[in-house]
Design a protein around this ligand. Structure first.
Ligand code: NAD
Length: 318
């Protein structure tokens, strides 16, 4: 297939690009390099076309999408705390960007669009429960709301224009290629970097908030399953998580064990900061629908995945 990846110089988009190139698809990446990096495309530069461009530029999208079959739409304003600080900018990238991507796909008469949404659409959930796709949505940030609007645009385009779309709600994605520089706020990169450098890790809130962490290779598989099953999955929304919840304190313990560091006193040896705006307390996916309808089956455990991430980080930034 001839496939466009928006945000393809980012963490998840570049991993998808790598796999598609390996499978001999023709790949074009559209990315404004806001948070993405060309070094993420190392090794596939000659086999994937890179266009520096913004998804808010409709004429660029229309031109570049002509003759292509499908889009994996990953370009986005990705920071929850930043979206609280800059709600209009977040809406511009995520809502307008998604509208333009869908319209460009319709214009090019594509076979389908896969939209990278987020578990942030659910807001907080009760501890110990699993969240299914049909649960009511309760955004806690402009980022979460922008993803809900993007999802609804996808469904509308499927309904009124017959453009096949699939929404993937990612939970907390981690793994090799994930940015740990520039004060990146995600838990696993931030904590791993600090511990490798022998610095004090920063914990927001108590550290007992739990997340559903999903390894990058499992997310790439979900995207491939989505594009190959459009006939049966078009118009649907799927949770892409591990189905388990892990606290931040537990993540810290796994990283420490992997690095063979002595046990630390969480209270004394971490920098404790206030819980951040927009952060949910407990997140865990129910995967029944994605397993049954999409054939999604995550295979990498949190301990194994963190091990692979640490190996990668030691290689790229010893
Ligand atoms: N990483 C996660 O845990 C996670 C969880 C839920 C959802 N998502 C979604 O997955 C997608 C990819 O996230 P990621 O973690 O790879 O982040 P990332 O920052 O590594 O990738 C996003 C990419 O989009 C590009 N971009 C941003 N705005 C753009 C614009 N207007 N035009 C063109 N390119 C633009 C950036 O330069 C970057 O390369 C995003 O849509 C994000 O909201 C990620």
């Amino acid at each position: 297939m001839k496939i466009i990846i928006t945000g393809g110089a980012g963490f998840i988009g570049s991993a998808i690009a790598r796999e598609l190139v390996k499978r001999k698809h023709s790949v074009k990446i559209i990315d404004n390099l806001a948070t993405g990096r060309l070094e993420n495309l190392k090794g596939i530069e000659k086999r994937a076309v890179f266009i520096k461009g913004d998804v808010r530029d409709f004429s660029l999208l229309k031109r570049e999408c002509s003759g292509f079959d499908a889009i994996f739409h990953h370009a986005a304003f990705i920071s929850v705390p930043q979206s609280v600080a800059k709600p209009l900018l977040c809406a511009d990238h995520n809502i307008n960007g998604t509208r333009f991507v869908l319209e460009a796909a319709r214009y090019a008469q594509m076979q389908g669009v896969v939209f990278a949404s987020s578990c942030a659409v659910y807001g907080s959930q009760a501890r110990g429960t699993k969240t299914g796709e049909r649960r009511s949505l309760s955004p806690l940030s402009p980022y979460a709301l922008s993803k809900i609007v993007g999802e609804q645009y996808c469904q509308l385009y499927t309904k009124i224009y017959n453009l096949p779309t699939v929404v993937l709600r990612y939970f907390n994605v981690y793994g090799p290629g994930q940015n740990f520089r520039d004060g990146y706020q995600s838990a696993i990169p931030g904590l791993t970097r600090k511990l490798i450098k022998g610095e004090k890790p920063v914990i927001y809130g108590t550290g007992e908030q739990a997340r559903d962490f999903i390894y990058i290779e499992d997310v790439v598989s979900a995207n491939l399953q989505a594009i190959s099953s459009l006939k049966t999955t078009s118009g649907k929304t799927f949770n892409i998580g591990s189905g388990t919840a892990t606290t931040i304190n537990r993540i810290l313990a796994i990283i420490r064990k992997n690095l063979s560091l002595r046990e630390i006193d969480f209270q004394k040896e971490c920098i404790h900061k206030e819980k951040r705006d927009g952060d949910a307390d407990y997140i865990r996916a129910n995967l029944s629908e994605s397993k049954t309808l999409l054939g999604f089956k995550p295979t990498t455990s949190i301990t194994e995945g963190i091990g692979k991430y640490i190996d990668w980080m030691k290689r790229v930034a010893p």
